[in-house]
Structure formats: C-alpha cells, structure tokens
Design a binder for this molecule. Structure first.
Ligand code: COA
Length: 157
C-alpha cells in the first residue's frame, strides 16, 4: 500500500521541472527531454502520470504510450524519488498505468527493463509481469533489456 496521502494524477505543465529533474537523477541514458515530456502532456498517444502528496510534493512519475488500433500499451518509464522509494509509490504508479490502459481497452501492458535493474525487475514480477523476451543492446549505452508483459483483466472479468 502506498502512503495514505499519495495521489496519482495526470501530469500538468507545472510538473515539468520535477519531471525533468527526476529523469536526470533516475536514468543515465535514454532520458526523456523537457521537450518530449512537454509533447507527451498534450498527446493522445501518451500519458504521463504523477504521484504526489498535496498539491506540490512530487514523488514520482510513469509514462505510458498507446498506439492506434493496438491493444497493447507500453510502459515507457517509471521512477520514484530516492527518498520515497520502498513505500509502495512505484507499485501505485504501475497500478494506475494498468488501470488507464485497461480503460483504453488495452489487453496487455508491455515494457522493457535493463537486465541488471534488479529492483525494477522485482517490482514488475511481483505485480504479475511475465518475461517474454530479451533485447541485446537495447539502450543508448549498449545495455541489454528484458521484455515483460502483463495481460490486463477483461472488463467484467
Ligand atoms: C523501480 C522503482 C520505480 C520502484 O519504485 P518504489 O517506489 O521503490 O516501488 P515500491 O515501493 O512500490 O516497491 C519497491 C520495494 O518496496 C517494498 N514496499 C512496497 N510497499 C511498501 C511499504 N508500504 N512499506 C515498505 N516497503 C514497501 C516492496 O516490497 C519492494 O521491495 P522489493 O524491492 O524488496 O521487492 C524505483 O526504484 C526507481 O525509481 N528506480 C530508478 C528508476 C528505474 O530504474 N525505473 C525503472 C525503469 S524500467
């Protein structure tokens, strides 16, 4: 369970500074730029979710991509502030991303994760993701990725 007062909401323009700062701290390559975040805020094919407490305290974010006529959503990115880790914020963001994909009639969520990112792999496997493949040299710095998938429950199931 995330801390009781954590709220997951859509990102807004006023979140851009926090989004870019967290991206810088969390990833050493394949980072989203400010301009990319800005574009995703207005896009039908992307959703940026933010975990926050109160109106200002920014705890983390997740970025989900959708493609027209595809029943598969893609979790592009997820990160939580160092000080907020291990408290269920990442799990809450992942839950919210899956619910969003489900509401948009997606049957599955897919993602790539660095093969040596054991913390993230644990989070995904605990939340029901299944390893479906490997991508050698997937990242800009040559790092390998695992591909994961989770089938989302059908409406009414
Ligand atoms: C991966 C990441 C998003 C996980 O976020 P998080 O907020 O720490 O995730 P959670 O708190 O939901 O789960 C992490 C751990 O906390 C534990 N936890 C969850 N809720 C908890 C709670 N209420 N109290 C204490 N611990 C809790 C979980 O059991 C889990 O433990 P484990 O690592 O031993 O399995 C975060 O570590 C991160 O931002 N990493 C850097 C960016 C990154 O690598 N992103 C993934 C790219 S693919």
């Amino acid at each position: 369970m995330p801390p009781a007062n954590v709220r997951i909401r859509s990102a807004e323009l006023s979140d851009l500074d926090d989004l870019v700062a967290l991206e810088q701290h969390s990833f050493s390559s394949d980072r989203l730029s400010r301009a990319q975040f800005r574009r995703h805020l207005d896009s039908d094919s992307a959703k940026v979710l933010v975990a926050s407490t109160g109106p200002h305290r920014f705890l983390g974010n997740a970025v989900v991509f959708f493609r027209k006529r595809s029943g598969v959503a893609r979790l592009y990115s997820i990160a939580t502030h160092h000080a907020a880790r291990g408290q269920g914020v990442g799990s809450a963001l992942l839950d919210a991303a899956e619910q969003l994909a489900h509401r948009r009639h997606c049957r599955a969520m897919r993602l790539e994760v660095r093969a040596d990112n054991h913390g993230a792999v644990r989070l995904y496997e605990r939340q029901g993701y299944r390893r479906i493949g490997h991508a050698a040299g997937y990242y800009e710095d040559g790092g390998d990725a695992w591909r994961y998938e989770k089938l989302l429950a059908r409406p009414g199931a």
